[in-house]
Design a protein around this ligand. Structure first.
Ligand code: CUA
Length: 195
């Protein structure tokens, strides 16, 4: 009969180790709970104050006819000013380049990117900005951002897409808005690709 023995709570009997385990579990439950609460608080904060959205919208496109008709035909790629005044950049990614290879955007004005891929999964990030997305065949990725500073930024592919991945990149030129709108008067689609 072992159960009738008196238990010393400060000793190292089975009940003492159970108490240690319980209090450790309790402590970790509180820590994990606090981490979850702080993540939820962060989601609410970024959602309310930065209006950041989870990527919930799904827009599909037929990869087979991408080059032939619709929004992503070659002469529709680049930056344009829509009838409602919005600045839209349309681009496609393919192994191992972006079209256009050089993108022009105005500084300090909100710019919407619309892009897709013709083959593998690609992605891009513009310099150290928050302009960052994946480009997936069959889907249109879109986001709106603005670039406060003028200058040239590199735009590398950041999804491993094959042997040429590390050589896949484009440039983004952020120019003063007046210069941008003057250029936009001269051409319907803007890019800084040298011809
Ligand atoms: Cu395209 Cu990596």
């Amino acid at each position: 009969m072992t159960s009738s023995k008196p238990v010393d709570p400060h000793g190292d009997g089975p009940h003492a180790s159970e108490a240690v385990a319980n209090s450790a579990e309790h402590r970790w439950a509180i820590i994990v709970g606090l981490i979850i609460l702080s993540l939820i608080a962060m989601m609410v904060f970024t959602g309310v104050y930065w209006s950041s959205m989870p990527p919930s919208r799904v827009e599909t496109i037929d990869v087979k006819t991408l080059h032939l008709k619709g929004e992503f035909v070659e002469n529709n790629l680049g930056t344009s000013i829509e009838k409602d005044g919005r600045v839209i950049v349309r681009l496609i990614a393919q192994q191992y380049s972006f079209s256009p290879q050089c993108i022009v955007v105005p500084a300090g004005i909100s710019v919407t990117f619309r892009g897709t891929s013709t083959d593998a999964i690609h992605g891009f990030v513009v310099g150290r900005t928050n302009a960052n997305t994946m480009l997936i065949p069959g889907f249109v990725s879109t986001f709106t951002t603005s670039f406060p500073k003028t200058g040239e930024q590199l735009m590398p592919c950041h999804e491993y897409c094959g042997t040429g991945h590390e050589a896949m990149w484009a440039k983004v030129q952020v120019i003063p808005p007046d210069e941008f709108f003057a250029k936009a008067k001269a051409a319907e689609r803007l890019s800084c690709v040298s011809r």
